[in-house]
Design a protein around this ligand. Structure first.
Ligand code: SF4
Ligand code: SF4
Length: 204
């Protein structure tokens, strides 16, 4: 059984949101909520300002606080390690949303349940890539078996300088990043968590 993980190379992300749109379409995610998005984080002041593009999604944590917080056991871990929500058992008490350090769980305003990224289990079980991985025009997302030393993702993690978002949370994320400009810490250190179109230049 594979242990699925994802590697996102931030040096290749152009912030196009093709991943976000593909995910929305794959799961018919309602307006105003998302399973996958791209954070736009601004750093510096004009004329030395720069913008980082940081795709974020559920980290499919090895030690998942959301799973432990659910009183109805609606959140389950599949044999391949993926953490999913069984909508039939969800009574929307929102404990999981409070427990997730990554704000990765949303309230579905239509179905009235909690939901999040599933690593596209319905696709990967059929030998397909997750929808976001397929959609990325720069191939900055790599999906594969973390336990297979020959897989692209395992080899890149073994040979490159990679990191995870909020390692201090102690959740052992399975989404890894190549982050040569050290953008990931900016999300938590500066509290700059902005979505597409927001311009913080005047606030810094
Ligand atoms: Fe749960 Fe949040 Fe970790 Fe996903 S990122 S497994 S929702 S704690
Ligand atoms: Fe970045 Fe790829 Fe998503 Fe575009 S599709 S925002 S390049 S991760």
């Amino acid at each position: 059984m594979p242990r699925w993980g994802m590697l996102i190379d931030l040096s290749q992300c152009i912030g196009c949101h093709a991943c976000s749109v593909a995910c929305k379409a794959e799961f018919d995610v309602p307006l105003g909520v998302f399973r996958d998005t791209v954070k736009y984080v601004e750093e510096g002041v004009y004329p030395h300002a720069t913008r980082h593009f940081i795709p974020v999604l559920c980290n499919q944590c090895e030690d998942a606080p959301c799973l432990n917080a659910c009183p109805t056991d609606a959140i389950v871990r599949l044999p391949n390690g993926e953490v999913t929500i069984d909508e039939g058992d969800c009574n929307l008490n929102r404990f999981c949303m409070a427990a997730c350090p990554y704000d990765a769980i949303y309230e579905d305003p239509v179905r009235k349940v909690a939901q999040k990224c599933t690593f596209c289990e319905h696709r990967t079980s059929q030998g397909l890539q997750p929808a976001c991985v397929d959609a990325c025009p720069t191939d900055c997302r790599i999906f594969g078996d973390l336990d297979d030393a020959e897989s692209d993702i395992a080899q890149r993690i073994a040979t490159e300088d990679t990191s995870v978002w909020k390692p201090s949370a102690g959740t052992a994320p399975k989404v890894h990043y190549v982050d040569p400009r050290h953008a990931l810490p900016l999300i938590e250190v500066d509290g700059v968590q902005v979505d597409r179109g927001t311009d913080l230049a005047g606030e810094r």
